[in-house]
Design a protein around this ligand. Structure first.
Ligand SMILES: Cc1cc2nc3c(=O)[nH]c(=O)nc-3n(C[C@H](O)[C@H](O)[C@H](O)COP(=O)(O)OP(=O)(O)OC[C@H]3O[C@@H](n4cnc5c(N)ncnc54)[C@H](O)[C@@H]3O)c2cc1C
Length: 404
């Protein structure tokens, strides 16, 4: 990490060095926009991130953005796996929805990349940029903004002025609250447990999403006979699942996927994440913008949180860079209104649609089970629906729908 002395004046201050904050910084890297990133966790956790069980399904458009940022080439290609097909099952029935890259004549529906490698690549790119300072082990404690400028107060007592403050401080954003921006929060009372497993048979790069009664089991195909297994259980069952012996966990997965992959064996650590969705009611305030999960914290079932965060920061950075190139105020209402309008348009249907899917597919009443079978059958037999969803995944045509 570059040793820096924090200056007391920047063009942009970014709060949070997670994937969204780092991506936004990378987007400003080619410009002379003086940028400070403030991260409260340790230097080791951002410079040398460790596997956290998340395998991020990257859309074609996200890959393009990461490529333009100079980050895609920093990710070890042996760790990128192709997602060629996705199948959705409901209960024990055979009704399923199937998305196949071959049918759209493309290499893959998307790319699976370990989250820690995305974070590592973004951090490396930030280090290459001369206009970006990054500090760790310091949090932003307070923020004041007005027409003239913004000021953030850091936990070490230093005050930093800027023209724009961007909060990428997670779905539980304290800064969003400090700025008086309300958000809709949806506590699903569920926990997602993720781990890597090895199996006897090949997955053929097909992802599986099984909405079983009582819990959801998903499989994301990684390179070799290895997959990421994602188990969603209610919070009251999560302790039991996390403490299950490896033998029992292996049996549960083998049977849960109906032996499609033969015997399965856990090879990674189990990680758990509480499922809470968040949609901020505004994405901006005076000289202030929210990006990443701080703006929209998605339920992971449609694999869109990071993709959405990447797209959002791209929209914001384009507006900021346009203003900068014309010698205009980069923190003006015009810049922020442009970002907010575009990001609401892009994210609203995706967020509420995802929550609708979760509500329907995790409701085990008789009526809900019937409706979801009908929905799956309809979607599978009605090619326009499938091609819209596939186009959304691959971003081959304009669409604003949800993958699976
Ligand atoms: C199990 C799982 C699977 C997922 N799969 C996918 C997928 O397939 N595809 C996809 O697109 N997305 C996926 N996601 C979502 C994706 O991981 C998140 O959307 C993404 O990590 C959010 O990044 P972020 O930078 O907005 O927030 P975070 O990663 O939460 O980072 C926020 C940062 O801000 C820092 N911070 C907080 N407060 C302060 C402060 N006051 N001062 C300084 N720093 C502060 C924190 O320390 C942290 O480093 C998944 C998520 C989970 C849980």
């Amino acid at each position: 990490m570059k040793q820096i002395t924090i200056k007391n004046d920047y063009d942009v201050v970014i709060i949070g060095a997670g994937p969204a904050g780092l991506s936004f910084a990378c987007s400003l890297a080619e410009k002379k926009i003086r940028t400070l990133i403030v991260e409260r966790s340790s230097i080791d956790s951002i410079s040398n991130p460790q596997p956290d069980g998340r395998e991020i399904a990257i859309t074609h458009q996200s890959r393009k953005i990461l490529n333009e940022l100079g980050v895609w080439s920093l990710i070890d290609e042996d760790e990128v796996s192709l997602l060629k097909e996705a199948k959705v099952y409901s209960g024990s029935s055979n009704s399923l929805l199937d998305f196949d890259a071959k049918k759209s004549s493309i290499e893959a529906l998307g790319y699976l990349v370990p989250n820690y490698l995305i974070r590592k690549g973004l951090y490396e790119r930030v280090l290459q940029a001369n206009n970006i300072d990054i500090v760790s082990d310091i949090s932003v404690e307070d923020i004041n903004t007005n027409n003239a400028g913004a000021e953030v107060e850091l936990s070490d007592g230093i005050k930093v002025k800027s023209r724009l403050v961007v909060a990428a401080d997670s779905r539980f954003s304290e800064i969003r609250r400090k700025m008086g921006i309300p958000s809709l929060m949806k506590d699903f009372s569920k926990v997602m447990i993720v781990t890597r497993m090895e199996h006897e048979k090949s997955h053929n790069h097909v992802a599986l999403e099984c909405f079983n009664y009582g819990h959801t089991l998903a499989l994301l195909p990684l390179n070799g006979n290895v997959s990421s297994v994602v188990l969603t259980v209610s919070t009251d069952n999560s302790k039991e699942m996390l403490s299950l012996s490896e033998t029992k966990f292996n049996e549960m997965a083998t049977e849960g996927f109906k032996q499609k992959l033969g015997q399965m064996k856990q090879i990674g650590e189990r990680h758990s994440y509480p499922l809470i969705g968040v949609y901020a009611q505004k994405f901006k305030a005076k000289r202030f913008a929210l990006v990443g999960d701080a703006a929209v914290g998605m339920h992971p079932v449609t694999a869109h949180g990071f993709n959405l965060g990447l797209k959002g920061q791209d929209q914001l950075s384009l507006a900021v860079k346009r203003a900068f190139d014309h010698g205009l105020d980069i923190g003006s209402d015009e810049v922020l209104n442009d970002y907010e309008r575009k990001h609401i348009n892009f994210s609203r249907l995706m967020y509420f649609g995802t929550n609708g899917i979760v509500a329907l597919f995790t409701n085990d009443t008789f009526v809900a089970k019937k409706i979801r079978k009908l929905v799956l059958k309809f979607a599978n037999r009605f090619p326009p629906v499938k091609s819209l969803i596939t186009n959304h995944l691959t971003e081959s045509k304009k669409s604003n729908l949800i993958p699976f």
